[in-house]
Design a protein around this ligand. Structure first.
Ligand code: 13P
Length: 250
């Protein structure tokens, strides 16, 4: 739940979806739908690198911020397929997703590499969105807390927790339609904040977030936002997520 010290961050991770033309069409439909959002939330979109410039132009003058889906720790050099912080800043990017479970799984990204990426992002003025999460097997084996704690301790080492977002994304809930129970997601997000030791750390939940479960997720005391995959590709659906409503505490 957003608080004065922890404004909500609602982010859409487009993964490997959206050409430039599709990104432009998305922005045209999405922006008029979010005209009247409350000021307690930041909306972020993370397109593929190729659509950053197009989306940056399409979002100009809007309250929507831009994120990359990765960032390298070196400023330049022989790193085929990678992108530097300065290259992202040139396109108006403000956030950088690192440590998502997909590069962890498909490209064997380690916590050490993720930490280097996040540190370089912060040093350049980008806010890293560092993803952590356990697999189905790890959860079934009672290993959730140990796994997340290791990812937090190694991945966040040396980072300024006030210029950081952590996304708790249980791997078994990503793209499966199986949302983690809101109370359990809340518990793990709270643990992450405790381990980091910074009460103002923004912690998101990610994994099958949809228009029909967003209000319940955002009502949780320790969840300050969401990282949305599939449902962020639909302008109307993502606008509903961005416009989540939480009943005022009585
Ligand atoms: P889904 O919302 O499609 O489950 O994806 C979550 C995710 O991986 C966001 O980074």
């Amino acid at each position: 739940m957003a608080t004065a010290s922890r404004p909500a961050v609602i982010a859409g991770n487009w993964k490997m979806h959206m050409t430039c033309a599709e990104a432009r069409a998305f922005a045209q439909r999405f922006l008029p739908l979010i005209n009247d959002l409350p000021g307690d939330r930041t909306i972020v979109l993370a397109p593929p690198f190729t659509a950053l410039q197009t989306l940056s132009e399409a979002l100009a003058g809007s309250p929507v911020a831009l994120s990359s889906q990765n960032v390298h720790w070196e400023g330049h050099g022989a790193y085929t397929g990678e992108i530097s912080p300065a290259m992202l800043l040139e396109h108006g990017v403000r956030y950088a997703i690192v440590g998502h479970s997909e590069p962890r799984k498909y490209f064997s990204e380690s916590d050490e590499q993720i930490n280097l990426r996040a540190r370089a992002a912060q040093a350049a003025g980008l806010v890293p969105i560092v993803c952590v999460g356990e697999s189905d097997e790890q959860r079934e084996g009672g290993d959730t807390e140990r796994v997340i704690r290791r990812q937090v301790e190694q991945g966040l080492q040396g980072l300024d927790p006030c210029q950081l977002v952590v996304a708790y994304e249980p791997i078994w809930a990503i793209g499966t339609g199986k949302t983690c129970a809101a109370s359990e997601a809340n518990r793990v997000c709270g643990l992450i904040r405790t381990w980091v030791g910074e009460p103002s750390l923004v912690v998101q939940y990610g994994g099958s977030v949809k228009p029909d479960n967003i209000d319940q997720i955002m009502a949780q005391s320790d969840i300050d936002g969401v990282l949305v995959g599939g449902a962020s590709l639909d302008p109307e659906g993502f606008a509903r997520i961005a416009g989540y409503q939480v009943a005022a505490p009585v």
